[in-house]
Design a protein around this ligand. Structure first.
Ligand SMILES: [Zn+2]
Length: 245
């Protein structure tokens, strides 16, 4: 047990609506530091928040959309250039290593980044809990573009539970994900529009009494949510927000 700080590095949607960066949350705990997702523009936010990459032990990826993992190649490139020796674990749905390798080949051909780093790729399980260093992860399949292998994540860190829906429309899986979570970070891209694979606020309100979180934070807000900001009764993330648990 000990104090744990969640920093919102990026909470924008795919289009960085409202000028918010792509999805990335930092968790700083007594014995481990991690990132949840690292979207294409997130690397800039990591620098702005003064987070040292060398302090990051683990990156957990919710699904393979660019606004959730497109920043990983830039992070790895800099770590390779500055000869990082410390291990870095990347935990993702299956195919994470192959996809990140392909991204690096496209963006920085010939850079040989992966061979210069001590990277440990792990796939989380959907039939149990993955135990990593000072970290437990349960992953839940959610309702989003199937090709991206979308998951909601429930992390146990330093005696706290942090849940993140990833990108998803409503699914009863969210009840399980939210239960007793010290912080439940919920994607809420739209206010009322029904768009497959994403949550809207009116749907969330309809199910809210079934979601037994301790604290909620809405993220991935699109233009429609931003336009309705004064009608939203729940806390919304913004880049740079710190939540101490
Ligand atoms: Zn997505």
């Amino acid at each position: 047990m000990g104090e744990l700080t969640v920093t919102i590095i990026g909470c924008g949607d795919a289009f960085t609506s409202g000028g918010q960066l792509h999805t990335c949350f930092s968790i700083k705990a007594p014995h481990t530091n991690l990132l949840i997702d690292c979207g294409a523009t997130a690397y800039c936010g990591i620098k702005k928040q003064g987070i040292k990459i060398d302090d990051i032990d683990t990156i957990v990826i919710s699904h393979f959309h660019g606004d959730h993992y497109g920043g990983v190649p830039f992070l790895l490139l800099e770590e390779a250039v500055r000869n990082r020796e410390k291990p870095l674990t990347i935990i993702s749905p299956p195919t994470g290593k192959e996809r990140i390798t392909r991204l690096l080949d496209q963006l920085y051909p010939g850079s040989n980044v992966l061979n210069k780093l001590n990277l440990i790729f792990k796939n989380y399980r959907i039939d149990g809990v993955l135990q990593a260093d000072h970290l437990e992860i349960a992953a839940f399949p959610v309702e989003h573009a199937v090709d991206t292998l979308p998951h909601g994540l429930r992390l146990g860190v330093a005696g706290k539970i942090i849940s993140f829906t990833g990108d998803t429309g409503w699914t009863p899986m969210l009840i399980e994900l939210a239960r007793d979570a010290d912080l439940f970070i919920c994607e809420c891209n739209y206010y009322h529009s029904e768009v497959k694979g994403h949550m809207n606020y009116e749907t969330l309100l309809a199910y809210d009494d079934q979601l037994l979180y301790k604290q909620l934070l809405l993220t991935h807000l699109g233009d429609e949510m931003i336009r309705h900001r004064d009608q939203i009764r729940h806390p919304c993330a913004h880049d740079g927000l710190n939540v101490v648990l």
